[in-house]
Design a protein around this ligand. Structure first.
Ligand SMILES: [Zn+2]
Ligand SMILES: [Zn+2]
Length: 95
């Protein structure tokens, strides 16, 4: 009399959160995370005008822009600033 009807155990994401690590539960977890990431990416693009924003703490760096493909304002500016320095240096210091 524990209030739960006996029946087949359904493996899946919920089971995974309870500690089960069978193939079915691990696959369900992977599918869940993939869907979450896709949703997060769509959301990020919607709020940044269609730009991809990487999930990282390193915004504002060329690393995030070039290696992670982040196109947020900070990373785009960091890349532009690095380019500007490069062109200034290659101009021979005439300015
Ligand atoms: Zn399982
Ligand atoms: Zn960024």
């Amino acid at each position: 009399m524990n209030g739960r009807p006996p029946g087949p155990v359904v493996h899946g994401y919920i089971r995974y959160t309870r500690g089960c690590r069978c193939d079915t539960c691990r696959k369900a977890k992977a599918d869940y995370m993939r869907a979450r990431r896709a949703a997060a990416r769509r959301w990020a693009q919607s709020v940044t005008g269609g730009r991809y924003v990487a999930d990282t703490d390193s915004h504002g760096t060329r690393y995030a822009y070039e290696e992670l493909g982040c196109r947020c304002g900070s990373c785009t500016a960091a890349r532009a600033a690095a380019d500007a320095r490069y062109y200034q240096a290659s101009a021979g210091g005439a300015g």
